[in-house]
Ligand binder design. Structure first.
Ligand SMILES: Cc1cc2nc3c(=O)[nH]c(=O)nc-3n(C[C@H](O)[C@H](O)[C@H](O)COP(=O)(O)OP(=O)(O)OC[C@H]3O[C@@H](n4cnc5c(N)ncnc54)[C@H](O)[C@@H]3O)c2cc1C
Length: 402
């Protein structure tokens, strides 16, 4: 690529996270030439575990890496919700064979590095994808027939289109949407990974387990062939600046925030030797995230709280949809991007808004609100849970596995 001439069918992707790599793969599978610009010195993922609903596997299959991802995942038997203060079970959703039959794919937990790794390997194998690190995108300019992408080190790169997959604090979004920085609602999460022998024995469940409590919830599940457990403890604190993420977290603060938690799950918090801290950010959904031949994808387009465990799943779905629309328009990006956006805005906004609601009404409820929650969820059958989750796990109508 030079600053003088360029291939008007080439695409630059800003950001090499799960969303950016998935987009590169989707587009290269359709024969387009893609350059991924990642700001970090190496491609990688912060944090440990991630849950993948069946809809993520529909997308990974469409990207051609579904089997690889399955081979590195742990397939849990249940999604369990416990009452943190009393230690009693609230609900258990089986995600066994009937669930898989219904949704056409399993529910799994996987190390982030593994799902990112299968996408990276897929990109590295593609002759159409170039991967560049230490390239921070700072701005773009629309030019006749394409876009000029400007990096922090002063490079000007020309391409037919730009996809901003640069996450929660997207620079590309600053120009396309211009809605300022992400908002902090005061939700903070602490993450840790426990080797299996340090996980309390009576909690080594083959489940994605969530302990709900007033203003808090604790999640754990096994990872990497049962060698580790992923732990995520979230609490509602005071709105805080979203600075650098993944810095060391103060264990005493965590224990104080979870002081209502019953002894069994509390042992996990006491056992973990160190924690990393994230200030969670999200944004209100927007109707438009496209500017001509520039569009957004993943957290850059629709960041959300992780309470539905769907942020990465949505990024994977975005990528498949984007690839399909670009191919259908034969590389007419200005036509393809609004068509992609049209299919994605309502679905992703629904997840963004619903994630906030389940945080407030289900996970963090207290007093009589918590009692109502427990009564409602206890009365549900697995089929009723499946019906209420169908809109997410079945995937978008147009990509359901036939
Ligand atoms: C605690 C927690 C738990 C979660 N659990 C789940 C879960 O169980 N299931 C699930 O589906 N989702 C989950 N998520 C959400 C998921 O992590 C995100 O939605 C997903 O990682 C978004 O991917 P992305 O590629 O869009 O953005 P990111 O992962 O943020 O990647 C953006 C990439 O762009 C790079 N970048 C940033 N700015 C620039 C720039 N200017 N130029 C070039 N590169 C740039 C970054 O370095 C990064 O590599 C969770 C999130 C959190 C915080």
């Amino acid at each position: 690529m030079t600053t003088e001439t360029f291939d008007s069918r080439s695409i630059i992707v800003a950001g090499g996270g799960i969303g950016g790599l998935a987009a590169a793969l989707a587009l290269s599978n359709k024969g387009f030439t893609v350059t991924v610009l990642e700001q970090a010195r190496e491609f990688g993922e912060l944090g440990a575990g991630i849950q993948l609903g069946p809809n993520a596997f529909h997308a990974l299959d469409r990207l051609g890496v579904g089997q690889e991802a399955r081979s590195r995942a742990v397939f849990v038997d249940h999604l369990i919700m416990m009452d943190g203060p009393s230690g009693e079970k609230i609900a258990e959703i089986p995600v066994n064979e009937p669930f898989r039959q219904r949704f056409g794919n399993p529910y799994a937990v996987i190390h982030r590095a593994d799902v990112h790794g299968v996408l990276l390997e897929g990109c590295r194998k593609s002759p159409h994808i170039s991967l560049a690190t230490s390239k921070r995108v700072v701005a773009y300019e629309r030019v006749p027939g394409g876009v000029k992408v400007i990096t922090a080190d002063g490079e000007h790169l020309l391409a037919g289109a730009l996809i901003g997959a640069d996450g929660l604090r997207s620079r590309v979004r600053e120009q396309v949407v211009g809605d300022g920085g992400p908002k902090s609602s005061g939700h903070i999460c602490f993450r840790a990974v426990l080797p299996i022998d340090q996980m309390p024995e009576d909690l080594r469940w083959n489940a994605a387990t969530l302990w709900a409590g007033p203003g808090t919830h604790l999640v754990h599940y096994p990872l990497r062939g049962w060698k580790e457990f992923n732990i995520v403890a979230t609490f509602q604190g005071e709105p805080a600046a979203i600075g650098p993420q993944g810095l060391p977290g103060d264990r005493d603060e965590l224990l104080f925030r979870f002081r209502h938690l019953s002894a069994k799950p509390r042992k996990i918090l006491e056992t973990a030797p160190s924690w990393k801290r994230w200030v969670l950010g999200d944004r209100d959904p927007v109707e438009n995230w496209t500017d001509g031949v520039v569009t957004l994808l993943g957290d850059a387009a629709h960041p959300m709280h992780q309470y539905f465990a769907q942020g990465a799943c949505m990024a994977l779905e975005d990528a498949v949809c984007l690839g399909d629309k670009v191919a259908a328009s034969d590389g007419d990006f200005a036509a393809a991007f609004p068509a992609y956006q049209l299919l994605r805005v309502v679905r992703t906004a629904r997840v963004q808004l619903s994630a906030r609601e389940i945080g407030r009404h289900l996970y963090h409820a207290s007093g009589v609100h918590a009692e109502v929650r427990t009564a409602v969820l206890r009365a549900k059958t697995p089929e009723q849970f499946y019906d209420s989750l169908d809109w997410i796990y079945g995937g978008p109508e147009e990509y359901r596995k036939k």
